[in-house]
Structures are given as structure tokens and as C-alpha cells.
Design a protein around this ligand. Structure first.
Ligand code: ZN
Length: 606
């Protein structure tokens, strides 16, 4: 028996959706309804139920008692006939993770809007999206990867279906005046939908994203695991990110992240955006179908713990930019610069000495997704460190055998992903490592133990540089030249700069300390995140001149710093330290390196 949902754009100016849920056969003992507390792909308890404003139930025209059981569940008193539940949802989360509605556009993630019917989660879900009657909405269309009903034309308001609740909430829905760009990759129709004002070069998007999709489908093997794919791109003034779904990606970016038709070359912001596209698309295989057992199925009531997030987010982060190189959208040297930035980020994070990669995965819910000013000193990113471990593993396997990480990914796909829909089977916590060793015929146990379960720096600081050299890549480890130095090769390294060991931002024209690194001159002097820097040796400090002012003094100089904490002006005395040797540069060694060529071109054997 199907479950019916009717979605009404109740009051866009007040950001309210109205939903009517119709249950033909409610539980005779009383029906329980629930709403997910989190959205898969974003590992944080978000308590979506807090946005439900009003709710009431009726059966055959008579009101039925409804009461709250806990933070995410409701109980409806027993009734004999068809049960209807009407509720309103406040939708003002302009991200890819929740729900948003105003007079210009709407975005719905089912996890944030559609109540599940306890005991009937396997029933078919039928959604009717109602077109608003006002003239202002007459050019609105609907973009979703949900299956349209027989009578519903693509891009139209109307009926959409999903075979069960899990599938229902895995298809984002966008509404508004849409820009649509279509292409075919390996025979599969793909749609890029832009929502919001933009100046994007549509042909460029079509061509570049098409290349990425073709390459990834071929990487895992034809046919693609979907028969249609949708990229929903939400354009905002500031914001960046994405969320993966089984047949879609929801992306958020600014107008300037997209290519302009007059662009002579690929701007770095667009390169980043293509990396994001590549990342979310790769997830259609790695995490949406090859999954940790902890996510098969998802428990949407609470945290789902796994030590494997590095394998799903880190490995995906490794492949996202690598695919750009393989399809010619990123030059090998630009790719090495990106790797150097990652190595630098990892090196500067003191958290690497305190948290292992498995711990970072497990604690994503309370740490990575809830970062604060001290996170750089206490935790690692399973994206960055995970990608570096994946790089190291790939090079290690390639150097020692005719296999690669590609071999491992394809084996995981064949064993788990390909048949996930029928088996529902996810990877046990140890299985990723077992399969990697089995298919490559290599004993990687020491590598995995060091890279995943220890805070030892051996894999990244010792093994990886050796491997990179074997692949024809030159390494530079140098001092940070200033707080805006993200890493990359420097032809001239110059004199040792002095540093306070801080990161700052400008807020209302004032220089605010955002981070104070462990053991830094600033920390020893007593400065804290949140302090407003006013002067150094009575010379006014701005975000732009901080590095220049520090260059006036030799190392070990004691400087007087005036800073506000709350409203109080405090004087600190800091002894300037030499900048740490924590900045990496990578450069291609000239010459023919078949092993490097095979790696960057996606060939396992060399
Ligand atoms: Zn991801």
C-alpha cells in the first residue's frame, strides 16, 4: 500500500512548506511517525524536527489526537479509516542539507521535510508537488532525480514516485526558474540544473562535466549504476559545498565559481568547482553503493559510527582532482600544487599528533562536524589526511606491483557496490584493508596500522616523499613565508621569517585572531582566539600588513602586542619565533617516467 505526500508551497515569503501525508492503512494500535535526525552524507545530528511548526491529524473529517513521543517521533491515536496528517515546515536553510523556500526558489531534502510512517518504510512513496497558483510562479519548474509519475512530464509540477522511504529521501528536489544543460555520458542522460542568478558558460560546463562523468563511469565499468543523473547547482553569494545522492548531487557555489564565456583560461575557483563535481559524482559509487556496513541500512534516528569514513571521504577526495588530471582539466603541475597544499595543511595541523585517521572517522559527529577555534590543535581531517593516505597507498601499490588503488576500487565495486541494491551488504570495518591486500597480493598490514590507527607520521612524512621521488616528483620542504602562504614550490626561499603562529581574519575592519597554534609565540604570550589585534610595538595592525610588520624584527625579538579581549585592552609580550618548516612544494622532474605517466593517466600497469 503506497504512502501519499502532497507538498504545497504554503507561504514562500514566510518560508513555509505544507505537507499532507495520507496513510491508507494506519497501524491499528496507533500510528507512529518519525523524521530523520540527520541527512546521509553529512555526519551531524541536525534534529530536522525542530523546523516542524504545526501538525495535526484527521480521519474521515474528524480530528485525531497526536502527541510527541520524543524529539523526532509522534504518536497518533488509533483510527479506523484513512489517516491524514497535515503539517507545516519552516524552510530557511540555504544549504544542500536541509530545506529552503522563498519567492525565488525552493530546495527540498526529504530528510528535512517528509515524515516516515513507522512500520511502512518499505512502502512505495508517491509525492504530489503542487504548482503555486500565483502568476509570480508561472515560470517555475521542478528538478529532481525522483521518478516522474506516468502523467508527469519531466521538469513539471505533478506526481513523483520512489519505491521506499530510503529512496524517497535520497532525491533532492529543486523548484524555481531553472537553467538546464543536458549531456549524454556513456549513453546515460545527465542534467545540470542551475538555480539562481548566474553568468555561466553553459557549453563549457557541459563539456567539462561531461568528460568527468565519462571517465568515472568507465573507471568503474559500464554500465553506469543509474539511468539518469542530475547535478543541482544552487547559486548563492557566498557558500561552497556539495552533498551526494544515489542519482544526483546537490552543489552550492557562488557565481564566480562557474566559468564565464569570456574566460581565456581556467580560473582557480572554477577548477575547485570541477573538483567538487568530480567528488560528489565519485560518491555515486563510493559511499552511495560501496558502503560501510554501519550505513547499510542507515539508522536515521542517531549517529552511525564507522572507522571507515577515511575510505569514503578521503579516497573520494584523492580521486576528485586526480580525475581532473586524467581528463585534461588540470595540468600535472597544478595537480602537484594542490597535493602540496594538502601536505602543508596536514603538516600545520598539530591534531595529527593526537588523533588517528580511524578516530577522526569515528568522531566525525562530534568533532569534524563541530569544529571550533582549537580544532587545528586537536584533530585531523579525514578528507585531507585520508586523501594523502590514499595517494601514498596508490603509489606504494603501483611501485611494488602491476596493480594500483584503481584495482582495489574496482574490486570493491564488483563485490559490494554493483549488487548493493539487491544484497544491501556493506563493508565490515576490517574488510576494506583485507580486500586491498587480497587483490594486490601485497602485505599492507604495517602500512594500514601506521596510517590508520596510529598518529605516527611515517606514511606521510617518510614513505610518501620516497614514493613521490620514485615517480619523478621533486620535493621541497620549506618555511612558511606568511599566513597567506598555503604551500607550493618556491624558486627562492629567502631569509627565515619571524612568526607569531596565528591565523587571523578581518571582522568589521578589525583583525581578529581565529586560531592560535599549539606551542606558538602567540600562545606562550597568552593570546587567544577571539582577541582583536590592535598593534605590534605600537604600530597599527591590519590583516594585510601583519606579515610585513613582523618582517621588521629579527628572530627572538620580544614585541609588545596590544589586543582587546572582550572590551578590555591587554598588553602581551611575545618572543618572535622562526617560521616552522611546514610548507611543501612539489615539482615534476623533467624526463620520461612511465610509472608517473601510468598513474596520472589512469593506467594500472607500467
Ligand atoms: Zn564527500
Amino acid at each position: 500500500m503506497s504512502i501519499y505526500y502532497e507538498l504545497i508551497l504554503h507561504a514562500p515569503e514566510a518560508h513555509l512548506f505544507e505537507v499532507t501525508l495520507t496513510i491508507n492503512c494506519p497501524d491499528p494500535e496507533g500510528q507512529v511517525l518519525w523524521l530523520p535526525t540527520w541527512i546521509p552524507g553529512s555526519y551531524l545530528i541536525r534534529e530536522f524536527s525542530r523546523h516542524i511548526v504545526t501538525i495535526f491529524a484527521e480521519s474521515e473529517g474528524r480530528p485525531i489526537n497526536i502527541s510527541k513521543l520524543d524529539k523526532y517521533r509522534w504518536h497518533i491515536a488509533p483510527c479506523l479509516g484513512v489517516l491524514k496528517v497535515h503539517y507545516t515546515v519552516y524552510a530557511f536553510d540555504c544549504s544542500v542539507r536541509g530545506a529552503y523556500l522563498d519567492q525565488t526558489r525552493g530546495l527540498v531534502n526529504g530528510s528535512a521535510i517528509f515524515l516516515a510512517v513507522a512500520g511502512q518504510e518499505q512502502s512505495e512513496c508517491i509525492l504530489a508537488i503542487k504548482r503555486p497558483e500565483e502568476k509570480a510562479y508561472e515560470n517555475w519548474e521542478v528538478a529532481t532525480s525522483l521518478m516522474p509519475g506516468k502523467e508527469t512530464q519531466e521538469w513539471h509540477f505533478g506526481l513523483y514516485t520512489a519505491t521506499n522511504y530510503d529512496e524517497f529521501i535520497d532525491h533532492p528536489i529543486a523548484m524555481g526558474a531553472l537553467t538546464k544543460v543536458d549531456f549524454i555520458a556513456c549513453g546515460i542522460p545527465h542534467h545540470i540544473v542551475l538555480l539562481g542568478r548566474h553568468y555561466a558558460d553553459r557549453e563549457r560546463l557541459q563539456r567539462d562535466i561531461g568528460k568527468i562523468c565519462e571517465a568515472q563511469i568507465r573507471f568503474f565499468g559500464l554500465p553506469a549504476p543509474f539511468n539518469r543523473y542530475l547535478f543541482l547547482i544552487l547559486i548563492v553569494s557566498q557558500g561552497y559545498g556539495g552533498l551526494e545522492h544515489r542519482n544526483a548531487s546537490a552543489l552550492i557555489c557562488s557565481q564566480d565559481d562557474l566559468p564565464f564565456s569570456h574566460d581565456q583560461e581556467t580560473r582557480p575557483a572554477y577548477q575547485e568547482f570541477l573538483g567538487l563535481v568530480s567528488h560528489e559524482y565519485f560518491h555515486a559509487w563510493n559511499v552511495k553503493r560501496i558502503k560501510p556496513a554501519a550505513f547499510a541500512p542507515y539508522d536515521l534516528a542517531q549517529e552511525n559510527y564507522t572507522r571507515l569514513l577515511w575510505a569514503f571521504e578521503g579516497v573520494t577526495s584523492y580521486y576528485d582532482d586526480l580525475f581532473l588530471v586524467r581528463v585534461g582539466l588540470l595540468s600535472p603541475q597544478d595537480y602537484l600544487d594542490k597535493l602540496a597544499h594538502m601536505l602543508t595543511q596536514f603538516h600545520r595541523c598539530a591534531g595529527r599528533k593526537k588523533q588517528s585517521l580511524e578516530e577522526a572517522s569515528f568522531d566525525a559527529w562530534i568533532k569534524f562536524y563541530r569544529q571550533d577555534e582549537n580544532s587545528i590543535n586537536t584533530q585531523v581531517s579525514y578528507y585531507i589526511q585520508g586523501a594523502l593516505v590514499a595517494l601514498c597507498l596508490d603509489l606504494l601499490i603501483r611501485k611494488e606491483s602491476c596493480h594500483s588503488l584503481d584495482t582495489v576500487m574496482r574490486a570493491l565495486w564488483q563485490r559490494y557496490g554493483l549488487n548493493f541494491q539487491t544484497t544491501g551488504q556493506g563493508l565490515g570495518e576490517q574488510e576494506w584493508e583485507q580486500i586491498a591486500q587480497e587483490v594486490t597480493g601485497q602485505d599492507l598490514s604495517y602500512f594500514f596500522s601506521q596510517a590508520l590507527r596510529h598518529t605516527a607520521e611515517w606514511p606521510i612524512f617518510e614513505l610518501l616523499p620516497q614514493l613521490l621521488q620514485a615517480f619523478g616528483i621533486e620535493i621541497q620542504l620549506r618555511q612558511q613565508t606568511g599566513q597567506h602562504d598555503k604551500g607550493g614550490w618556491l624558486a627562492k626561499t629567502g631569509q627565515t621569517p619571524a612568526t607569531l603562529g596565528i591565523r587571523t581574519c578581518t571582522e568589521n575592519g578589525l583583525v581578529k585572531l581565529t586560531h592560535v597554534f599549539d606551542g606558538s609565540a602567540a600562545q606562550i604570550a597568552g593570546l587567544s582566539p577571539g582577541d582583536i589585534l590592535s598593534s605590534i610595538n605600537r604600530c597599527r595592525i591590519t590583516d594585510q600588513n601583519l606579515d610585513t610588520v613582523l618582517k621588521r624584527y629579527p628572530l627572538e625579538t620580544e614585541v609588545e602586542i596590544h589586543a582587546f579581549r572582550q572590551d578590555e585592552l591587554i598588553v602581551f609580550h611575545a618572543r618572535l619565533m622562526p617560521a616552522l618548516n611546514n610548507t611543501w612544494g612539489l615539482r615534476l622532474v623533467e624526463g620520461d617516467f612511465p610509472i608517473r605517466h601510468a598513474w596520472l593517466n589512469g593506467k594500472s600497469d607500467h
